[in-house]
Design a protein around this ligand. Structure first.
Ligand code: 5GP
Ligand code: MN
Length: 350
């Protein structure tokens, strides 16, 4: 069924033809997404997974490490292979795959230990992503950084391949989850009117927006909520002169609140609620390293800040990086970094 779609074509003819061709000739298909998968990583991967299974392909989703508990309700989540739990299974799947989809990341470094296996695999590789500057290690590169979520790109890809009729309620729910989470429930990166054309189609496909919002956001543990309170009251520093704020958690802090995977997801956004704060950074001490999450408003490039000081990257308003050393040193680096970015911070209005 080819219905006229209420949005402009995104995916090029060459990309459409090549993707269709690769899907047709493949049977064993692996879908891989980035380390610490978020709603968009999970939503885009599972949407594609359901489509491929429905057309008879032997598809599996592999994630480098576990995903947060507030995404476990997603249809297909219980069939995902978590590499850190069963590495031999993911290795065999990658080795035997005819085709590998790489979703929501732009370089094989973002899939941790799986990067080498995917790099060495003889399978064809298709990238579907919205991060800047993708690596050139893919046979087909479907990269659109101006689109706010990979899930939206997956939706557009299916629709533009003429498969709109095959988008089921389950697929639509996965797509909606990714679009919703990567835009902070349509509060940033979400001014493109076509986003709402697509949401309208997703609702027609059976998506219940209220239900999905509740499943993702009203699903936190009591511990997480108390940890949020502690973080904002005891572990936040505000730098009004730089329009910036920092929150940080040591290993010890996290132990006291019996932290589980995903418990601190979204914390970094809260300081942006403070009047005139346009740059928020969350520094968290993990097992192997210090993880840094950055968010900004307006034109302030938090991805450049992440690349400059924390060997990271990402989007203009949402980025991340890592630091190998003491958390106190990471905090000093951040504070010194504010100095370097003073002019850009001052010039940004919202
Ligand atoms: P989050 O703060 O939610 O973990 O990450 C936000 C965004 O920053 C991600 O969507 C991703 O684009 C980017 N990002 C997070 N961590 C890293 C990292 O270590 N390296 C790079 N290059 N990008 C990251
Ligand atoms: Mn994404």
């Amino acid at each position: 069924m080819n219905i006229p779609l209420p949005f402009t074509n995104l995916i090029s003819e060459v990309q459409l033809t090549q993707t269709k061709f690769q899907i047709e000739r493949a049977n064993k298909i692996v879908i891989i997404t980035h380390v610490s998968p978020d709603g968009d990583a999970m939503g885009s991967s599972l949407a594609l997974y359901h489509y491929l299974r429905n057309i008879g392909k032997d598809a599996r989703v592999i994630v480098p490490n576990s995903f947060p508990y507030f995404l476990k309700w997603m249809n297909g989540a219980d069939n995902i292979v978590v590499n850190t739990y069963i590495p031999t299974v993911s290795e065999a799947l990658i080795k035997n795959a005819d085709l590998i989809f790489c979703l929501d990341f732009n370089t094989l470094k973002r899939i941790g230990a799986l990067g080498d296996q995917v790099g060495e695999s003889s399978a064809k590789r298709i990238l579907i992503d919205h991060h800047l500057s993708p690596d050139e290690t893919f046979d087909v590169t479907i990269s659109y950084p101006h689109i706010s979520s990979t899930s939206e790109i997956v939706f557009r890809l299916l629709a533009e391949m003429g498969k709109y009729g095959e988008i089921t309620t389950v697929i639509a729910e996965c797509v909606y989850t990714g679009m919703m989470t990567d835009t902070g429930v349509f509060t940033y990166n979400s001014n493109d009117p076509e986003i709402f054309e697509i949401i309208s189609l997703l609702i027609k496909k059976g998506v219940d927006r209220d239900k999905i919002y509740n499943l993702v956001f009203n699903n936190y543990s009591e511990q997480r909520f108390r940890l949020l309170g502690f973080t904002l009251s005891e572990r936040m520093k505000v730098y009004p002169e730089y329009k910036a704020a920092l929150i940080y958690l040591s290993k010890e802090d996290q132990k006291q609140y019996a932290l589980s995977k995903g418990d601190t997801e979204g914390f970094v956004n809260y300081p942006l609620n403070i009047k005139d704060i346009i740059f928020s950074v969350f520094i968290r001490e993990d097992e192997q390293m210090v993880k840094v999450s950055l968010r900004s408003q307006g034109k302030f490039p938090c991805n450049e800040f992440a690349a400059d000081f924390f060997n990271g990257g990402g989007h203009l308003n949402a980025s991340g990086g890592e630091y190998y050393g003491e958390i106190e040193d990471a905090i000093s680096i951040f504070e010194n970094g504010l100095e370097k970015y003073t002019d850009q911070l001052e010039d940004t209005f919202i």
